[in-house]
Write a protein that binds this ligand. Structure first.
Ligand code: ZN
Length: 220
């Protein structure tokens, strides 16, 4: 059995459509792109850096999964039950309007787990939700609504630690990688350069990793 790596891309960065998805196709990798639309202030400043609705349709038509990362990237810690539900449902309604499949996976904005959000996701028949925590996991035993993941940036060493874990973990385990913009001009603290990213993808191929979207992990 090939060891599995789940590739995820957060925050609706424009280059996910322009560069990342086409590159992944050349490697035969799948991935999940977690969609947010940000709030009005953010869009006034950076709107052109965000995926357009057409970009989202293009990514989906290439065979990738689009997941839910909330309407405004609202911190699920600070919102009421109704507030979180609104943030989640907005993306479902958007996908429906765009003719996209209903989102089946979720990434908690900012990373931390929210019990309230998890409750809503289960009611709405999601398959899984991703936090940020550096460890591998066994999908057969782990809570699918509290999945750990390695955040990878240019400088944080996350990819190296993920590959060390990949090499030592058992075949039944898998790990999730989280990227943001390739590169990320709006949020430079989560930046990954194009050359770095492409060489990391080549490393995954060299290791014989089976690279999947998050939904694929629970469909197989
Ligand atoms: Zn995010």
């Amino acid at each position: 059995m090939e060891k599995r790596v789940i590739l995820t891309f957060d925050d609706s960065v424009k280059n996910h459509a322009e560069r990342v998805a086409p590159f992944l196709v050349t490697r035969g990798f799948n991935a999940t792109f977690f969609i947010t639309e940000w709030n009005r202030e953010w869009n006034n400043l950076h709107g052109s850096m965000r995926l357009s609705h057409k970009d989202m349709q293009q990514i989906a038509s290439m065979g990738f999964e689009l997941g839910n990362h909330t309407h405004t990237h609202g911190g699920s810690q600070s919102l009421t039950h109704e507030g979180i539900e609104r943030e989640i449902v907005y993306i479902e309604v958007l996908f429906q309007a765009l003719g996209l499949p209903k989102p089946r996976t979720f990434a908690y904005p900012g990373g931390p787990y929210s019990e309230e959000a998890a409750k809503i996701l289960k009611e709405r028949n999601y398959l899984a939700a991703r936090c940020v925590e550096e460890r591998s996991f066994d999908p057969a035993t782990e809570d699918p609504f509290r999945l750990p993941a390695y955040a990878v940036t240019e400088k944080n060493g996350g990819f190296t630690r993920a590959m060390e874990e990949f090499d030592r973990m058992e075949d039944s385990r898998c790990l999730i990688l989280v990227y943001h913009g390739i590169p990320d001009q709006v949020h430079p603290w989560v930046n990954t350069e194009v050359e770095t990213f492409e060489s990391q993808m080549d490393e995954l191929a060299t290791r014989g990793a089976q690279v999947l979207s998050l939904a694929q992990l629970y469909e197989s």
